[in-house]
Design a protein around this ligand. Structure first.
Ligand SMILES: [Ca+2]
Ligand SMILES: [Ca+2]
Length: 209
């Protein structure tokens, strides 16, 4: 009985260390495929989509190869609607890895294809663009950053504002545990392991007494 209570406390502390601030941070995955827009090619301009809020020029979702194939599923986002456009969402404090797939729009020069990542409207990363070829050319981009207060994460078109621009697909934000949280977590699980072993030994003693 006493062991069970100890075990319970240790399990709770291990769970608490899992729920430490790093784990309360924002995690999301978005691939723009939540809506099936039908079988034919086309595009739609929306004010919000999959947790993203569009800037003043809306958010263009392309589907079914209207101007190049998506990285995942049928849909992708192009960040240049009728003019350079953007999409934003709020994230909580944390240490993060941002991963996203980028492609030039086919046939569009590098000078019109750029996309920047911004935190509270300050650029932290610019996707290396390039001249668009005959088809989409998806390249994984990885950006590491940390924020200590609620922050607006934005993807924004840069370069020539001309209704054609860079593509985005399959974006994920993953919180990275702080070193202190790792130590807490390892300690927590270590203690849990010791308690489990003790409990097992206690049971053995009871069985064979
Ligand atoms: Ca997709
Ligand atoms: Ca453009």
């Amino acid at each position: 009985m006493r062991m069970n209570r100890t075990l319970g406390v240790l399990a709770a502390s291990a769970a608490l260390s899992l729920a430490a601030p790093a784990f309360a941070a924002t995690n999301f995955f978005t691939n723009f495929d939540s809506i099936n827009f039908g079988s034919g090619p086309g595009f739609t301009t929306r004010e919000s989509y999959e947790g993203w809020t569009a800037g003043r020029n809306g958010l263009e979702v392309q589907y079914n190869n209207v101007a190049g194939a998506a990285f995942s599923g049928a849909n992708l986002v192009e960040l240049d609607t009728s003019a350079n456009s953007s999409m934003s969402r709020m994230i909580d404090p944390g240490t993060y890895v941002l991963r996203y797939w980028y492609s030039n729009r086919p046939g569009v020069p590098a000078s019109s294809n750029g996309i920047s990542v911004l935190l509270n409207e300050s650029p932290i990363f610019t996707t290396p663009g390039g001249n668009g070829g005959a088809s989409t050319n998806w390249v994984l981009q990885t950006v590491n950053f940390a924020v200590t207060a609620p922050t607006t994460l934005t993807f924004s078109a840069i370069g020539t504002s001309d209704s054609v621009g860079g593509y985005l697909d399959s974006i994920s934000l993953s919180a990275v545990p702080e070193p202190a949280s790792w130590v807490m977590m390892i300690l927590g699980f270590g203690m849990l392991g010791v308690a489990l072993r003790r409990q097992r030994q206690a049971k053995l003693r009871v069985t064979y007494a």
